[in-house]
Every structure is written in C-alpha cells, then in structure tokens.
Design a protein around this ligand. Structure first.
Ligand SMILES: Cc1cc2nc3c(=O)[nH]c(=O)nc-3n(C[C@H](O)[C@H](O)[C@H](O)COP(=O)(O)OP(=O)(O)OC[C@H]3O[C@@H](n4cnc5c(N)ncnc54)[C@H](O)[C@@H]3O)c2cc1C
Length: 417
C-alpha cells in the first residue's frame, strides 16, 4: 500500500477544486443542506453540468461522451466531489453508467456501444438492475425468469424483486434463463429490455423508513430485439459477474470521506446533547473513529491495487463487509445518543443507503433513517454472510462451506460420503 499520491494527482486536484468553486453556488455546504425538492432539482441541473464538462462518466472514452480520464484522475474527481458534497450523477446513473454502461464497454459489440452509451449519458435512457428474484438472491444462479427466442425477439416471462429505482427507469438489464436444460450457471443470458411496454409491470415496495426506493418487476410476454443481448447466448453468467465487480469500484476512494463526515456530525450531536461527557459514549465514539481510519487505509490498499492496473476481486469483499457492518454500529450510537428523541424523529430524513449526504443537518430523523437504512447496507450487493464466505474461501483459502441438501434429501444424506 502506498498512501501518497503523485504530484500530478495534486495538480489535477487543484483543477477540480477550481471547477467546483466556479460551478457551485456561493456558501455551498453540500447537498445535504438542501431540502428534498431543492436537492432533486440540484441533482438534475448538476448532472447536466457534469455531462457538458465530460465528468459524468469520467472513465469512459471520449468518443462515447466520457471524460477519458486516467484511473488516478477519476479517484481525485470522486474524492473532491464527495468532499464538496456534490453527487457524481443522478439516481439511475449507478445502474446506467457504473454497472451496465461499463459492462457494455467491456463486453458489448461496437453497435451496442454506439447505440446505448451516448443515450445513457444524455439521460434519454435510465437503467435499473434486474438480477434478484424471490428465490434467487444470494444464490443468484437459481434464477427462474425465462427468455425464449421468437423470430427476431426474445420473449421474457418471470419476476424480479428489489429493483431499485425501477419506477424511474425506462430500461432494465435482466438475467434470464435461456437454456433450462443446462446446468445452473450455464443457461443464463444477459438481456437489455425496454420497460415502456405492456409486458413489464413495476410495483413499489414500501421500506421500513416509509420510502419506496425499490420495486417488484413483472415480465409477462415482454419483448426485446434479438440483438439486445450482451455477450453470447447462455454465457450471461460471466457478463453478470463482470458487472458485480463494477458495483464495488468507487467506494474505496469515497466511502472513508463520507463516513468521516458522518462521524463528525455524530461528535457534534454528542456535544450538543451533553452525551460527550459520558465516558461510555466517548469510548464508543473513539471506537468509531478508529474504524473510519482503518476504512481509509483499507481504501488506500484497494486504490493502490487498482491504480497499478489490478481488477476488483474477492479481496474487495473485505471493504464491503467492513463499511456496512461499521455503519450499523455508528448509527446504533446515534440513536442511543438521541435517546427518547429517536422515538419521535423530526427534520430531514437520510435518503442514501450509506452515510447521509454531506452538509445534512443533525436532525433526529436523519439518524433514525440512517439507522434503518444501514441494515440494508449489509444485504444489497451481497450480504455480510456471503462476503464472509467469499473472504473465507477465496481470500483465506479455507474449505468451502458444505452444500445444502437438495430438496427431499436430509442434511445427513447430503453429507454421508
Ligand atoms: C437496498 C437494496 C437494494 C437492492 N437493489 C437491487 C436491485 O436494484 N436489483 C437487484 O437485482 N437486486 C437488488 N437487491 C437485492 C439484493 O441483491 C439481495 O437482497 C441480496 O442478494 C440477498 O438476497 P435475498 O434478499 O434473496 O436473501 P437470501 O439470499 O434469501 O438470504 C437470506 C439470508 O440468508 C443468508 N444466506 C444466504 N445464503 C447463504 C450462505 N450460502 N451462507 C450463509 N448465509 C447465507 C443471507 O446472508 C441472508 O442473511 C437490493 C437489496 C437491497 C437490500
């Protein structure tokens, strides 16, 4: 691990700070300082600014509207944006740019790149992710959504669940079974499916915070052209795994900044409420501080690897496990410090799945929603148990976990040899 950035990165940092200084309104404290409606408008306007300056998809080649930045420049941009509390895109961009866009860049045909990538950046196409199903989450390869070729079109039937931002999207990337006779991982294809058609229905799911950020998505004879497949027919599992790697990309650089800002807010809350004089609270705050520092160094370790040309791999599970489990504990502390006030939350709610936006006020609702949302952080993009399995088996080389017995067989039957 090398915790220093080369001089060229610092020069570029000055340039990005200059850009932010020119573009952001005077007295800007971070998007958390805006109310919900003003924040929504800001994200839309800011997305256009990023698009016009080639910073919306900083890593993409310029020919597709990207910034063509080096990996080090991308890290600097992400860091400075997070520090300033400005988003790097809109609500569907994590699916459009980071996930499916990068995957199309990796696996797509020239026609697919030319057709889909510019439309993602212009905002014409807004994407969501159709992976999970009621019986396929951690065991994703168990998915049962079917796609059958009918002339020049795929006909899709089945159900996806937990589809974040599907209500805002007009395209969905779908993992579907195209060969039901092949073994689990071998008969799956990666399809690009338009959502504005009679065969696709999106139903909201209400979360325990009261918000509805994800949905159930039903496919009933939904159609997509034959060529809207990424990679080969029945070879979608490899494409799906490439995409999951991109899910962890930016976090190493930006999460330590975001969680440090949240911790500063927690310390302010402890002072305001007088809890800071309680030695038990002080001890818990100190524990959180040490975790955010460790997160910073874990992030640097990952960045050192990426900047040297390494790809995301099983070791990155350590980072996901670390920040998501930490977030449950720091938000427990926030709620404990609030005490009875946590039972009657008021003010601005936290909306993200990680720490609240930079500049957010220290409202009780912010801590209570962050407390509830932090539970989701240990589930999406692979639950903590799955991350531990990955670290155990693929990083530490421990024996594989025992396979669950097939239906009808007892645990003893499955392990009798
Ligand atoms: C906020 C949020 C947003 C999401 N957005 C999307 C989205 O946009 N698109 C999408 O496709 N999906 C999305 N998901 C779904 C997410 O990927 C799944 O919830 C996740 O993969 C877990 O699957 P599951 O919910 O079916 O739980 P299950 O796989 O049924 O797991 C249930 C429990 O069993 C444990 N478990 C399962 N298998 C093992 C094992 N082998 N060893 C040990 N423990 C195990 C799990 O850790 C978990 O605690 C989202 C989820 C959340 C919470």
């Amino acid at each position: 691990m090398d915790p220093r950035y080369p001089p060229a990165a610092e020069e570029y940092r000055d340039k990005i700070r200059g850009f932010l200084g020119e573009q952001l309104p005077a007295g800007w404290k971070g998007i958390g300082g805006l109310d919900t409606e003003a924040a929504r408008r800001f994200v839309e306007e800011w997305r256009t600014v990023l698009y016009e300056h080639g910073l919306l998809a900083a890593s993409w080649p310029r020919e597709y509207g990207g910034g063509g930045l080096t990996p080090l420049e991308q890290v600097v941009v992400a860091e400075e944006f997070y520090r300033a509390g400005v988003p790097t895109g809109g609500p569907n961009d994590v699916f459009g740019i980071q996930l499916v866009g990068n995957t199309i860049l990796h696996w797509g045909t020239l026609e697919q790149k030319a057709r889909f990538l510019p439309r993602i950046l212009s905002g014409e196409d807004r994407w969501c992710q159709g992976y999970s199903e009621p019986s396929a989450g951690s065991d994703l390869a168990n998915l049962g959504t079917r796609a059958v070729l009918d002339g020049d079109e795929w006909v899709i039937n089945g159900q996806k669940i937990w589809t974040s931002a599907a209500h805002l999207a007009n395209w969905i990337f779908v993992l579907a079974r195209t060969d039901p006779d092949a073994s689990k991982h071998k008969g799956i294809s990666f399809l690009l499916v338009p959502m504005r058609q009679a065969g696709v229905e999106v139903r909201p799911i209400r979360m325990m915070t009261g918000l509805s950020e994800f949905n159930e998505t039903f496919f009933t004879d939904a159609r997509t052209p034959k060529d809207n497949i990424v990679g080969e027919v029945n070879a979608g599992w490899g494409v799906a795994m490439t995409l999951l790697g991109y899910e962890r990309g930016e976090a190493a650089a930006t999460f330590p900044i975001m969680f440090r800002s949240e911790l500063d807010r927690l310390m302010a809350l402890a002072r305001e409420t007088g809890a800071a004089s309680d030695p038990r609270v002080r001890q818990r705050v100190a524990w959180c501080y040490s975790k955010v520092e460790i997160m910073r160094f874990l992030g640097m370790r990952t960045l050192t690897k990426f900047l040297a040309g390494g790809q995301p791999g099983p070791a990155e599970s350590t980072f996901k496990l670390f920040w998501s489990e930490y977030h449950k504990i720091v938000t427990d502390l926030g709620v404990d410090i609030l005490g009875a006030a946590a039972l009657t939350p008021s003010g601005r709610m936290s909306t993200g799945f990680q720490a609240d936006d930079v500049g957010a006020p220290n409202d009780s609702a912010s801590w209570t929603t962050a407390f509830l949302m932090s539970r989701a952080g240990t589930i999406y993009a692979g639950s903590s148990q799955i991350q531990r399995n990955i670290v155990g088996e693929m990083v530490l080389g421990l024996p594989k976990e025992p396979a669950a017995p097939s239906q009808g067989a007892s645990w003893r039957d499955a392990h009798s040899q």
